[in-house]
Unconditional design. Structure first.
Length: 128
């Protein structure tokens, strides 16, 4: 059995770029930074970013493209894909995330603190 599944939460490192393949399939490419927290040599906590290239295919790519802006916090589910190519006679390769699901971790508008409720009873108002 082989399992290839990845789940990440992080921040977009750049605005997503929407492209089309020759067959008309939409492709959304974007980067995600995921912090890894560990202690440094002096014992203090330190965040180290990990950067992942991500790709989303199909109709959803078109639908969410306008909302995929730099700094936005997202949760992703997908699989890893290894690619290899040659440029200027030099072999290159990379592992990227092929995204199946995207969830925005922030609301579209900033949430304000709720106003105090007026209908809440004080302890002195309870008859027992």
């Amino acid at each position: 059995m082989a399992i290839n599944k990845v789940m990440l939460t992080g921040n977009l490192t750049r605005d997503a770029e929407l492209k089309s393949l020759p067959n008309g399939t939409s492709v959304l490419e974007f980067g995600v930074a995921v912090n890894e927290r560990s202690r440094n040599q002096s014992g203090e906590w330190e965040d180290r970013p990990n950067f992942f290239d991500c790709t989303l295919y199909g109709n959803r790519a078109e639908g969410i493209a306008p909302f995929m802006t730099k700094g936005k916090k997202v949760a992703l589910e997908g699989r890893l894909q290894w690619r290899q190519w040659e440029r200027d006679g030099e072999k290159r390769s990379k592992v990227s995330v092929i995204v199946n699901e995207v969830e925005f971790m922030e609301s579209a508008r900033k949430q304000e603190a709720p106003a105090p409720r007026q209908d809440v009873l004080a302890d002195a108002d309870i008859p027992f």
